[in-house]
Design a protein around this ligand. Structure first.
Ligand code: RAM
Length: 901
């Protein structure tokens, strides 16, 4: 008997989320079946207000049986959803032969505060006549209240100007870090929801407390040392809803009845670190028994609630702990801990030292050529954390409102008469708690290390906002970096919510004229906007989310923003179809730059016009998906004119390019701006350029992400492979030989002689060049999607077994379930492949340079395998059409036919 069942249920990409504010949350389910080529033919969704009652009278939505193969992001369309209410849902499906699944397990989601009017709380801050509004110290705020009835449910909604932590009756509420995260605060501020039902006890007093520090709102931002970028007053907004068993509701709010104080957090800044004096601890401050008589009053600020939105992405959390792998005594006599990994987060100290002992930790990414602790590349970021002991037993502390980027930690102040104990220090890794989705592995250990470095670079720089770097006085949402890395990022982790949120900020910060600031949230100067390849994040990022997740709503939400960006470019300069004006970063950090310059040699107007064409082409596709016919017509015509203008300006009739760099050749090839013999000639020239460098690259931020794709796609996979497997400078693997455990900003961050490129802009944790990960997954392992059916509804597997490796394998958990592509070359020359396609998907496999007579599946002829829906030879390759299932193919290169597997 065959079966079909539902194995995973997600609402807005999450398992049982609380605090949503969308009117139409979307459901995704994954299927399990025991037969290949399973397709969903129909579904039914039911939504109830009760966890166990799905009788018709209790349902707020019942789709009945809908004939559809959609199993991803099906939008709710039932009765209007009420704030703060939990809804339960279940799903049933039918396969292609009408076989029904059982009902799924029941899952839920909960709505948050929906409107400004739902807020009774007021924004509060300590009374400035008692507590300095510009104090370096964190504020402590508290309020005691009584709970009288039997509690059914209690939920806290909170946010702040600045960063906050909540405590309830002496315990931390939730495990989220650096809430409320970072958005374009002027337009959008996220509210966090916490289910605290189990923390309240009927008939007793409770205390809710908050600690509030500067964070992104008010603290130091950017190398320009700006402060108070979003406002000058830290403030808290908190509203707790307690629902009693009898249905009545009590609401506890932030208001002027709260008391305020300074406390042990003496200073806390994102870049600079934190100073915590445990001798000043307010013991029991968030317990009802605490006496707050000498605390100051707080005041209500009367701010509006219009910018509030419920939390949209996953929160940041401590996701892993690392122990030091070595204690180093440096040549200058300093004690330095080596955590073995360039990481982002903080150090937790567990100390048993005399009262008044003052331990200072400094954080650095690398040691210098002499082996000394090096902080030059942090620029003005202090990355210094100080803890003053109170001497009462074992003290456990990690900074509350700061994070550091580091591998090495210098310990200062350890008492001389006490033996140093490195086990007191634990590295706590912090990032947006995205769900890991993909793996890549192959037979080349350095490439595996490169993959790990890419993942660590992503972890370190996806702290609520996609940042360029996590350590120096920058840590900003650079649009260009995000754009080049987004596809790779989507292989390693689920980044749908992370980027959807950030794109809303991009849209919010976009200029009236459609220009896009260099960094989002926008915190630089007014003039800092709209470089080619940076502003294009407005188009490339939503389109990538659509490709990877099949998420059409992202396109709808960003549509005007995408169009605004294209129209911005259109307005620049005299020629509507070229982009030859304005400021551009160019091929940033390209190695063909002039001495002392950051800007690679590729003509900026060539780069700008290529991106203009590319973004316009993506916008046309977007308009097609959304059925915006008039725009399809208008922007198709625009696109054609741009390509014509590009050709006239930059390509000679015989197919030479006005730009003699690798990057100049990469872009028109990647974006499909040249065809036929011109394409062939440009590709040959590009390959030639790479060979002339003895198989090294000269590309920067703009060319590097596409370089290997273009080589592989145009018949020069061997050149791409040589380039990627290169181990001397400049190359990815060179950095690993120099000790990299993340991706560097500069190819020559550490030069062959061990010296540094420079102090002034030299991050060792910059994910941009990690964009090669996309090529490893798609071109080496061969795990790719068919763009015609986005969201991995249809796979396009094309492994390249001529990648200089003996095996490679990749996996990715898509919205449909797990996809795998694996291959290995046996000593005999035989090649084995495994492909996995989850139910409700299909795909095509291309086995290069083989014939049908050589290919078997599970030791049998292809015709006899269920799920194989066709196989043919074409241009020397075998193409096989697959339905869902797991398939193990073998290409027999020898004469001895062995059917064993
Ligand atoms: C630097 C960073 C960032 C880059 C900009 C142009 O500040 O390296 O990654 O995008 O310059």
């Amino acid at each position: 008997m065959s079966f079909i069942r539902i194995s995973a249920l997600l609402c807005e990409y999450q398992v049982n989320p609380i605090g949503l504010d969308t009117a139409g949350p979307r459901f995704t389910w994954q299927l399990e079946a025991d037969t290949n080529a399973t397709v969903q033919s129909a579904y039914q969704i039911q939504v109830s207000m009760h966890p166990s009652d799905f009788e018709p009278a209790s349902l707020v939505w019942d789709t009945a049986r809908i004939a559809s193969d959609q199993s991803v992001l099906v939008a709710y369309a039932g009765l209007a959803l009420q704030p703060r209410t939990r809804y339960f849902y279940r799903v049933k499906v039918w396969n292609q032969s009408g076989l029904a699944s059982p009902w799924s397990e029941i899952a839920y989601w909960e709505m948050g505060q929906l409107q400004a009017a739902d807020w009774q709380a007021e924004w509060i801050t300590p009374d400035p006549s008692h507590i300095d509004a510009d104090a370096e110290e964190a504020y402590y705020l508290r309020k005691t209240f009584r709970v009288s009835g039997q509690i059914r449910k209690a939920t806290i909604y909170a946010t702040s100007h600045g960063v906050y932590e909540l405590e309830l009756n002496g315990s931390r509420v939730g495990d989220w870090e650096l809430t409320p995260g970072w958005t374009s605060y002027t337009h959008r501020l996220q509210v966090q929801s916490y289910d605290v039902t189990s923390s309240l006890v009927s008939g007793t007093e409770h205390t809710i407390g908050a600690v509030l520090a500067n964070g992104w709102y008010k603290g130091n931002l950017a190398w320009t040392h700006q402060r108070n970028v979003f406002g000058s007053v830290r403030a808290l907004l908190m509203q707790m809803h307690i629902v009693y068993e009898d249905g009545t509701e009590e609401i506890i709010v932030s208001d002027s009845s709260w008391r305020a104080s300074l406390g042990p957090v003496r200073m806390s800044e994102l870049y600079h670190g934190e100073i915590y004096d445990a001798g000043l601890e307010l013991t029991g401050w968030s317990l009802p028994s605490y006496d707050d008589q000498d605390w100051a009053p707080s005041i209500e600020l009367g701010y509006g609630k219009e910018t509030l939105v419920m939390q949209e992405n996953e929160p940041s959390r401590v996701t892993e702990e690392l122990k030091p792998i070595a204690v180093i005594e440096t040549p200058s006599g300093e004690t330095v801990l080596d955590f073995g990994q360039n990481m982002v987060g903080k150090i937790r100290m567990r100390l048993t030292l005399p009262a008044g002992s003052r331990i200072e930790l400094l954080h650095a990414e690398v040691l210098d050529a002499q082996g000394d602790f090096y902080t030059g590349n942090l620029r003005s970021a202090k990355q210094s954390v100080t803890y003053v002991c109170n001497g009462v037993g074992e003290e456990s502390y990690a900074p509350h409102f700061s994070f550091q980027g580091f591998r090495y930690v210098k310990v200062i102040g350890w008492p001389q008469d006490i033996a140093f104990d490195a086990t007191c220090f634990t590295g706590q890794v912090i990032h947006t708690d995205m769900i890991a989705k993909g793996t890549f592995e192959c037979s080349h250990e350095l490439l595996n290390q490169l993959q790990r470095n890419i993942v660590w670079g992503q972890r370190g720089n996806f702290l609520d906002v996609p940042t360029d770097c996590p350590q120096r006085d920058e840590r900003l949402g650079w649009t260009g970096d995000a754009q080049v890395f987004i596809r790779t990022a989507s292989f390693n982790y689920d980044v749908a919510l992370f980027f959807s949120k950030w794109l809303r900020d991009l849209k919010a910060d976009q200029r009236e004229d459609g220009g896009v600031p260099f960094v989002i949230p926008h915190v630089l100067y007014e003039k800092d906007h709209s470089s080619a390849a940076w502003g294009d994040a407005a188009v490339i990022c939503p389109w990538t989310l659509y490709q990877v997740y099949g998420d059409q709503r992202v396109l709808e939400e960003q549509y005007d923003s995408m169009k605004g960006w294209i129209n911005y470019i259109r307005q620049q300069g005299e020629n509507e179809y070229l982009w030859q004006t304005g400021f551009h970063f160019g091929d940033w950090l390209g190695l063909d730059a002039k001495e002392g310059s950051y800007v690679g040699a590729t003509p900026k107007d060539l780069i700008a016009t290529c991106f203009y064409a590319y973004s316009t082409s993506l916008f046309v596709k977007t308009a097609e998906v959304l059925g915006r016919e008039a725009d399809v017509v208008e922007y198709t015509a625009l696109y054609e004119r741009i390509v014509e203008a590009f050709t006239a300006e930059f390509v000679t009739p015989s197919g030479r390019l006005a730009g003699h760099t690798q990057t100049a050749h990469v872009l028109p090839l990647m974006f499909g701006l040249v065809q036929g013999s011109t394409r062939e000639r440009l590709a040959a020239t590009l390959a030639q350029y790479v060979k002339e460098q003895n198989y090294h690259l000269t590309t920067g931020f703009v060319g590097t992400p596409y370089l290997c794709h273009v080589l592989t796609e145009n018949g020069y996979h061997d050149v791409a492979v040589k380039l990627v497997l290169q181990e001397d400078y400049p190359s990815w693997l060179y950095t690993i030989h120099k000790g990299a455990t993340t991706i560097w900003e500069h190819w020559d961050g550490i030069k062959p002689d061990g010296t540094f490129w420079s102090d002034n802009m030299n991050s060792y944790n910059h994910y941009a060049y990690g964009a090669i990960g996309d090529w490893l997954y798609r071109k080496v392992a061969g795990l790719d999607s068919d763009d015609g059916q986005p969201g991995y509804k249809r796979m396009s597997f094309r492994p390249r077994t001529d990648s200089g490796l003996t095996y490679a394998k990749a996996s990715l958990i898509t919205n449909y379930g797990e996809v795998r592509s694996e291959w290995s070359v046996e000593e005999s020359g035989d090649i084995r492949y495994t492909f996995q396609l989850p139910p409700n998907t299909s795909g095509e496999v291309i086995l290069a340079e083989s014939t049908l007579s050589e290919v078997t599946c599970d030791g049998q002829k292809l015709e006899s395998i269920s799920g194989i829906q066709g196989a043919r030879e074409e241009e020397g390759n075998v193409r096989i059409e697959l339905g869902s299932g797991v398939y193990r193919f073998q290409i027999q290169r020898t004469n001895s036919l062995s059917l064993s597997f």
